[in-house]
Design a protein around this ligand. Sequence first.
Ligand code: MG
Length: 384
Amino acid sequence: MVKKIAILGSTGSIGTQALEVIDKQKDRFKIIALTAGNNIELLCSQIEKYKPEYVCIQSKEHVNYLQLKFPDTKILYGSNGLTEISSLNSPELFLVAVSGKIGLEPTIQAIKNKKNIALANKETLVMAGELVMELARKNNVQILPVDSEHSAIFQCINRRTDVKKLIITASGGPFRNSSEEIMKNANLDETLAHPRWKMGKKITVDSATLMNKGLEVIEAHHLFNIDYSSIKVVIHPQSYMHSAVEYIDGSIIAQIGIPSMHIPIQYALTYPDRVQGIETESFDFIKAKQFEFYEPDLEKFPSLKLAIEAGKIGGTATVCLNAANEEAVFAFLSKKIKFLDIYKITKLIFDSYTPIKNPDLEKILEEDIKIRKLTKEIINKGKI
Ligand code: MG
């Protein structure tokens, strides 16, 4: 059986690794649609290789060029193009691998269309977890986690009624053992030098502040319908254990393996089957030697605490958290602010915000725009 899939974000870190997985399983998948941002060169080579029926790019600029070059592919652009792709009937599975809030609306559209989702975009659940999961339940849609921690939990969880606790592991990022002085002056290269995982820039910065782990706790709360008090974060620098589930009888089932995104991506694409994949090397327990675990330092990494607080408040509190953090990270990436300012700005915005309970999609998007505008204003004024 050939599975027809659409990949939103095909030139990003998850998108390219998904295509590597697909290359190993050529007779299993057919690519119907690809979407990308500005990496036109890589997109061209992907269109040549996978011959998708539809492609969507960010701006109108390259549409004519691509349409002339690939007359058999329909070239779309912008948010309308993304809506058209997420409304397509032929794909059975949508891999949502775009970064940031841009993933939310297409995911909702595809769920409404009863398409299964392989979800690599955590902002979708951080911004609108209740709404998205409710919609998925109503439409009998599977949300298959791609994030390595959530894939691990998904693989370990069977009867949810017996679950006592989720244990989410974190590598601790590049500043786990750094002094405050080093973090204060951390430049872009130091921040982007993640010790274990190679990922996109936004998520790598989030991993350095541990905001990423906080967003993952919110993601896990929605995906697995588990109370925040039953989710525990542990620092595990080796990243061999990708997360675990503790059951009421005290048994803990953990998912362990080499730190490779190919494995969770592949499991989401081939679910419920497991296939021999791209990683042929077995995990070697003897060579691994150390499995260390530590309590996260919430004083040094207050973003994790703030994210869990936002999750517990619920409503649009997590919309605020996500929007303020994302804008602050963008400002850091464009060297407008310093590393420790990311948290300071996010906290400042968060503390001055009054969350709204049970928001609909329109309200979520409205609040998101409002908070981003406010965050940018504060950054541009240099008032931190
Ligand atoms: Mg993760």
